[in-house]
Design a protein around this ligand. Structure first.
Ligand code: BYC
Ligand code: FE
Ligand code: FE
Length: 466
């Protein structure tokens, strides 16, 4: 089984890694069968498989049954720089082994990263039954197999660089379960249910986008095998983000079309703009928490050590100062009911810096969706909720804020929150739209058609049912 694993890490000449994988692989496959997409394990899906790191030729499209997917292990090509680009070890050679004194931090980062990947597969496992088109069904499975490959990428690192504890951590990744009362996934957003396809589009837009920024910050780091693994993962991540971004755009387009012709979207099984906004609020704010606290000693330690940089830290001219020792980050904080400014030493504010980069990226999506509303002559606009609102982590977690970021008391929040966040009635309404449409070229009534993928037309038979 091991000799069919696509890789560029010399697996065939690495008996230690082979032994570790020989043990882990059957457990992984068990997990996939139990927790992977329900009901579609025997179908042949037109999927992309990563096969190398070459420019333009890194992936291959073909029909494959998901349990037979060839999950691979890849490191992106070496970076131009051979030295660490920021923090206390700036200018020293990149690490190709784990220094003993940084082992704990690195292990924790890799485990946290790895844990999110199978978690997302678990969260999405029932969605195949209500796919709005065959392209969407195929895209869901593409995302699922690639998230599973991202788990492989982290397990490879644990097996290769962390000895016995690494092997234990790799097993634990298959033991935790999204939303489980006793052994949940590590980060909160990965324990939330993804109940319907609007959830999925919001998740891939906002939560996968946290993935993009976390992976990109690790891709700047001093531990070269981790940096090169995450760099390769980012190539797959781009597709996941496009599923979310274009998915929401399609929902907005359909809703806008109906509004333009004077039809109430809910009357014909489509989704009112207010509900789209509520879903955006829900998943955006849950994803803000994934950045951790704005003022974080962990973040400072990661930056000092050189394991996690800022977004595009190595981009020429983007950050004049890679030491971040004397600078500060100013954050507004609410103290005794009044706004004041807190100066956070920059290294401690790296989570806030990364969140800022993320917000900038999300805003581009909002702009595109609002362009669709404008195109249809609709006056309403979709908005990104404030980073203060609905937080469970960080500087704003102890107080209530509205979606614009203004403080309000508990009673006012309780009165207003159903205006901003989905209610059971909203979920029920969306659920009524979730009828499967599996005929090639057809699409459900609540969103605009998708585009073809993998060089195939939109009415291609992306899934062959047995
Ligand atoms: N939920 O110092 P703080 C992806 C804990 S997504 C629960 O403020 P730190 C994907 C924290 O552990 C990308 N607990 O934060 C997307 C700490 O605990 P201790 C995933 C949380 O540590 C879609 C305490 O609170 N990758 O790939 O600087 C589909 C104080 O934390 C949360 C990564 O996240 C939370 N949200 O930052 C598939 C990269 N936030 O020390 C895949 C690796 C914080 O008090 N992880 N806590 O026991 C990291 O870089 C950091 O761990 C975090 C947190 C950014 C997550
Ligand atoms: Fe991933
Ligand atoms: Fe992803």
């Amino acid at each position: 089984m091991l000799d069919t694993i696509p890789n560029n890490v010399n697996l065939s000449e690495n008996p230690k890694l082979q032994r570790a994988l020989q043990h882990w692989l059957p457990n992984f496959l068990e997990w996939w069968k139990e927790m992977g997409p329900e009901g579609f394990q025997d179908e042949r899906i037109y999927l992309r498989t990563a096969i190398g790191v070459g420019q333009g030729g890194w992936a291959n499209f073909d029909y494959v049954k998901m349990p037979e997917y060839r999950w691979g292990i890849f490191l992106a090509n070496p970076r131009p720089a051979t030295t660490i680009g920021f923090g206390d070890h700036m200018g020293e050679k990149l690490w190709d082994q784990v220094p003993g004194e940084h082992r704990k931090e690195l292990r924790r980062l890799i485990v946290t990263q790895g844990d999110t990947e199978p978690a997302s597969v678990e969260q999405q496992r029932l969605l195949g039954h209500s796919a709005p088109s065959l392209v969407d069904l195929r895209n869901l499975f593409q995302v699922n197999v690639e998230e599973a490959r991202h788990l492989w990428a982290m397990v490879y690192l644990l097996h290769s660089y962390f000895g016995a504890d690494g092997r234990d951590e790799a097993e634990d990744m298959l033991e935790r379960r999204s939303g489980h009362a006793d052994r949940p996934r590590i980060l909160d957003a990965f324990n939330k249910p993804i109940k319907d396809w609007l959830d999925l589009y919001c998740f891939t837009m906002f939560t996968d986008r946290d993935g993009k920024f976390q992976l990109a910050s690790l891709a700047e780091g001093s531990f070269d095998p981790l940096a090169r693994s995450t760099r390769f993962m980012l190539m797959e991540e781009a597709f996941h983000l496009s599923v979310g971004d274009t998915g929401i755009a399609r929902v907005v387009r359909r809703t806008a079309e109906l509004m333009k012709e004077g039809t109430e979207p809910a009357k014909v099984g489509a989704i009112p703009l207010e509900i789209i906004q509520k879903y955006i609020n829900e998943w955006a704010t849950a994803s803000y928490d994934l950045f951790g606290g704005e003022d974080s000693s962990n973040a400072a330690a990661y930056f000092s050590t050189g394991v996690k940089g800022r977004f595009e830290e190595s981009e020429e001219g983007k950050y004049p100062d890679h030491l971040a020792l004397d600078a500060a980050y100013t954050a507004p904080v609410l103290e005794n009911g009044k706004w004041s400014k807190r100066e956070i030493p920059l290294r401690r504010a790296m989570n806030a810096c990364l969140l800022d980069s993320y917000i900038e990226d999300c805003s581009k999506g909002l702009k595109r969706w609002n362009g669709i509303l404008e195109e249809h002559g609709i006056g309403e606009r979709l908005r990104l909720p404030s980073t203060h609102c609905n937080r469970a982590v960080g500087l704003y977690a102890d107080h209530r804020f509205d979606v614009e970021g203004e403080p309000l008391d508990e009673a006012a929040w309780q009165r207003a929150k159903d205006k901003w966040f989905p209610t059971q009635a909203d979920y029920d309404l969306v659920k009524r739209s979730m009828v499967p449409v599996l005929e090639p070229g057809k699409v459900a009534n609540w969103l605009a058609p998708p585009r073809g993928v993998g060089g195939k037309p939109v009415d291609f038979q992306y899934v062959q049912f047995h």
